[in-house]
Design a protein around this ligand. Structure first.
Ligand SMILES: *Cc1c(COP(=O)(O)O)cnc(C)c1O
Length: 430
């Protein structure tokens, strides 16, 4: 496998360029992207197993010597093939629904390494988690704690619990993905946590072992993590004074990636902040990275269907749309768009790259200078996280296929939906 290693500081896991330009062609490891587009059709998600694994290992290596478990956040990309690859590395999983638990189990994941997060767990989901024997329920409210105690009692089990506290720090990210502010729906205000630990400690069907926080996503500086962890560690020390011993600290996910020109900290720098904050306290650390593991391990391929000029504004209408990739419309997300095969540059022009969906918000990129013609394939980078998982069938568009490239091999990890499948669960009136 020829994956170019970029320059890195000594001791750091080298970042790899999983989708390199060789000659005039973009590749995914050993496969030419335009060949994949022809073979599997477009729109097509392409993942690089090497990129995925090296990103996961960067977190695992960074905490060497500290008891820890990396739990990939399944909501970032829940494809079975991708979860399978991570499970084989020994990954745990952070889930937010019963459906995600079923996926993890179907992918061969170890339930003893699963953390169940989320503000709205149903009784059924709690039962599923207890039966599977998951590692921890991250509880986000007093009512949820009471419900979990009840469900565990009925099931004759003891539920392992971490309270997800809200440390009230501003991660300085997009408001839709900031979760650690006092005004957010997530977590338990840290000032209320001590009381709730005391209450939980009195419930025999609960084991209050952990504390967790997750302050947001696409965070590109270390300060918010440092601030949040300082508050979490102060809480751990207070709880020790109350006679409650915390043995597990879940630091959440949220480390950002480079989409354009961001300069996020490396997993090693991030892990150093975690080590510093914990100051040698005897706890097991759980990490829940999502985006930073799979975001830059995936691209979305599309074909240029039409080029049109509306009163001086040029559009490239491609066959991928907001239903396939909603980040630009939902978060103002920016991903690099490149032709899969380079032309000579003579035909460069500035385009809005848009899809066929009937919404003005349906665009993948604006003001992009590209040398493209009708029929060309383009690749949208950084599409591995919050890409396929957020796709829908809006406009009755079958969802894209997904492939995983592994050296010179290519695995179809989800076949393309058929239009007939989209209404297969519906019926006409009698
Ligand atoms: C979304 C989420 C994550 C993953 O966030 P990333 O920004 O993708 O790393 C981790 N933990 C929890 C509780 C989450 O909700």
């Amino acid at each position: 496998m020829s994956v170019a290693a970029a320059m890195t500081a000594p001791g750091e896991t080298p970042a790899i360029e999983p989708f390199p330009l060789r000659g005039r062609s973009l590749f995914a490891e050993g496969s030419r992207l335009s060949d994949l587009a022809n073979r599997f059709g477009t729109p097509l998600y392409v993942y690089s197993r090497a990129a995925l694994e090296s990103a996961w290992r960067a977190f695992d290596d960074a905490l060497a010597g500290v008891p820890h478990q990396v739990c990939f956040a399944v909501k970032a990309n829940s494809n079975l093939g991708l979860l399978d690859a991570l499970a084989r590395l020994g990954s745990g999983f952070d889930i937010v629904s019963g459906g995600e638990l079923e996926r993890v189990l179907a992918a061969g994941g170890d339930p003893a390494r699963v953390i169940f997060s989320g503000v709205g767990k149903s009784r059924d989901e709690m039962r599923m988690g207890l039966e599977a024997g998951i590692r921890s329920f991250n509880v986000e409210s007093p009512s949820e704690l009471a419900r979990l105690a009840e469900v565990a009692h009925e099931a004759g089990r003891v539920a392992p619990v971490a309270l997800r506290v809200n440390p009230d720090v501003d991660p300085k990210t997009h408001p839709y993905i900031a979760t650690g502010l006092e005004s957010s729906k997530f977590g338990i205000p840290i000032a209320q946590a001590r009381d709730l630990y005391a209450r939980g400690a009195g419930m025999p069907s609960l084991r209050m072992a952990g504390v967790g926080c997750h302050i947001g996503s696409q965070i590109t500086s270390l300060e918010p993590f440092r601030d949040a962890l300082a508050r979490v560690v102060a809480l751990i020390d207070e709880l020790a004074g109350d006679g409650i011993e915390i043995t597990e600290v879940d630091v959440g996910g949220g480390l950002g990636i480079r989409y354009r020109d961001e300069t996020p900290p490396s997993p090693a720098e991030y892990a150093a902040v975690v080590r510093d904050a914990l100051g040698g306290r005897p706890v097991t650390v759980f990490l829940e990275p999502g985006r930073s593991v799979c975001g830059n391990a995936g691209v979305l391929l599309a074909r240029v269907e039409y080029i049109k000029d509306n009163g001086g504004h040029r559009f490239a209408i491609v066959d991928a749309a907001m239903n396939d990739f909603i980040r630009p419309a939902l978060y103002g997300g920016w991903s690099r768009i490149e032709p899969c095969e380079r032309r000579d540059g003579e035909g460069r022009a500035v385009y809005t790259v848009a899809g066929p969906v009937c919404e003005s918000g349906d665009f993948l990129g604006r003001d992009r200078e590209l040398d493209i013609r009708e029929g060309d394939f383009v690749a949208l980078r950084s599409a591995g996280a919050y890409g396929f998982v957020m796709s829908s069938n809006y406009n009755s568009r079958p969802r894209a296929a997904e492939v995983m490239v592994d050296g010179d091999r290519v695995h179809l990890v989800r076949r393309r939906e058929r239009a007939s499948e989209l209404h297969a669960l519906e019926s006409r009136l009698p």
